[in-house]
Design a protein around this ligand. Structure first.
Ligand code: GLU
Length: 494
């Protein structure tokens, strides 16, 4: 049965895994892989499994696995099995599975499908340089393939260092099937005798990955298409063991918007942690990431995780590279920030304000400030800048108060008049609506031009050219602060 037919067919044996190497922060590309994998497991009614691939000891960053689990949990992606949860197919950390790899390596050695290679790194280096000089692809020349196995055994026993290589056939081609791309053929002559066990006794990614996917009964291998070159090598290992391989789905590459290269740290932030710190919401990151390579029916743009869990589908997955467009991320984040209920938004903003030294004494006032800023936020950290003029009146050029042809003296007169008017409004009536209707009525009754009064009022209250309406400002600042800011106008009448 093909993967596509399984779409509507909940299967008990669907098992998908995320197999990260704990080498640092969570890259946005890994979040996308985690998300697609999670969603396919949900859609097909299967299991979502975490396996930590830590065989490359040099690259391990302590704490990275725990952080990854924590971040994915914040994103709403929870595993069914993994090192932190256990399960029937553990251990889920490769460094704890060494005996298993040794056992399978031994099996290939005994059946003659793998051999010990004693070539020194100097010899391999020389070989590589010579190949480069002749513009040939770097590959192992097969010297140790010929070794007599009894002799090789003796050298190993004597303590000579070796790696274990797979004896690959070198003629013809191998055709593999990717669920998104269909059949792909590779020339066997282009594939090296791959190393399975390194000289330190640890397995390579290629080897451990296949052994574990098989033993953990993974039904679909889901990963980024940078792993496509590994695919034929994986299949050759499945063949060596006579195992049925899982299905493979390689997700499209993610490219930078500028320059079009592969998404990398050099082009700016690519780590999920960084985005979270800046105040991007998990729901925005999920919505943004799911569209990196997935093309939903009718081009629906807004997606919640809950809706994706039932509607995500492999049929919408493309193979052409996705473009990483941070403007789009800002757009989604601004959207989800606008949707946030005020009390929740206040809670989310508070750490940013506190960090910026904004003391939160008057809860009601803070809520008002955040209300005024809500529609202008792209990310939570913007709250500091967006409310700064409310906490503290910035100094501003006095000319900013002047509306069209109004002179400084006229401006001061107008501000004094409106100040007197505002003084009459009681604390009880100090609402956005009342301030607006009352002041507009007063302007109209007296035959005053709105701009002649409202522009200087807005500047006097905000110190800014662009700001919320003067009624909103007066409401958020409160009566006392509003009158005080009007007093602060430094014009002196000539
Ligand atoms: N350990 C690999 C990685 O870090 C896993 C690739 C795979 O899923 O097979 O991406």
């Amino acid at each position: 049965m093909s993967t596509l037919n399984k779409e509507n067919n909940k299967q008990k044996d669907i098992r998908l895994r995320l197999a990260p190497s704990p080498t640092g922060f969570l890259h946005i590309g890994n979040l996308r892989t985690a998300l697609f994998t999670y969603l396919l497991s949900k859609k097909w009614g299967g299991k979502f499994i975490l396996r930590i691939e830590d065989t490359d000891q040099k690259r391990i960053v302590p704490g990275a696995s725990e952080k990854l689990i924590e971040i994915l949990k914040i994103m709403g992606l929870e595993f069914d099995e993994g090192p932190h949860l256990g399960g029937d197919y553990g251990p889920y950390i490769q460094s704890q599975r060494q005996e298993i790899y040794q056992q399978y390596a031994q099996q290939l050695l005994e059946s003659g499908q793998a051999y010990r290679c004693f070539c020194s790194s100097e010899r391999l280096q020389e070989m590589r340089s010579a190949q480069e000089a002749k513009h040939q692809a770097p590959r192992y020349d097969g010297l140790c393939r010929q070794l007599d196995s009894a002799q090789a055994e003796q050298r190993a026993q004597a303590g000579e260092k070796f790696v274990l290589r797979q004896k690959m056939s070198q003629k013809g081609k191998i055709t593999v099937n990717d669920e998104l791309r269909g059949a792909i053929s590779f020339q066997l002559a282009d594939l090296d005798d791959q190393v399975l066990i390194k000289s330190n006794g640890l397995p390579t990614y290629q080897f451990a990955n296949v052994i574990d996917d098989h033993l953990m009964k993974i039904s679909h291998v889901t990963r980024g298409d940078e792993w496509l070159p590994s695919y034929p090598k994986n299949i050759l290992l499945y063949q060596a063991f006579n195992w049925t391989p899982p299905k493979f789905i390689h997700f499209p590459l993610i490219l930078n918007k500028v320059g079009g290269g592969k998404l990398s740290k050099r082009q700016g932030d690519v780590f999920v942690e960084d985005y979270l710190h800046q105040g991007y919401l998990p729901e925005a990151l999920i919505n943004f990431s799911v569209l990196l390579g997935w093309h939903p029916k009718d081009d629906q743009e807004l997606w919640s995780l809950a809706e994706l869990e039932t509607k995500f589908s492999i049929t919408g997955l493309g193979t052409s590279p996705a473009i990483f467009d941070t403007d789009k991320l800002d757009y989604f984040n601004a959207y989800y920030l606008r949707q946030k209920p005020l009390p929740e938004l206040v809670q989310l903003c508070q750490p940013y304000l506190e960090k910026a030294g904004r003391k939160i004494q008057d809860e009601v006032k803070i809520e008002k400030f955040i209300t005024l800023a809500q529609d202008r936020l792209k990310k939570l950290s913007d709250i500091v800048e967006a409310t700064s003029f409310l906490f503290e009146l910035p100094s501003y050029p006095l000319e900013l108060l002047l509306w069209k042809k109004l002179t400084p003296d006229e401006t001061i007169d107008n501000l004094q008049r409106i100040e007197e008017k505002l003084k009459e409004i009681t604390e009880e009536n100090w609402t956005r609506e009342y301030l607006q209707t009352n002041i507009l009525d007063w302007l109209k009754t007296n035959g005053y031009q709105n701009g002649d009064y409202l522009w200087p009022l807005r500047v006097a209250l905000s110190g800014q050219k662009n700001s919320p309406s003067p009624f909103d400002l007066a409401w958020a600042l409160g009566k006392a602060e509003t009158l005080q800011r009007l007093q602060q106008v430094k014009f002196t009448k000539s």
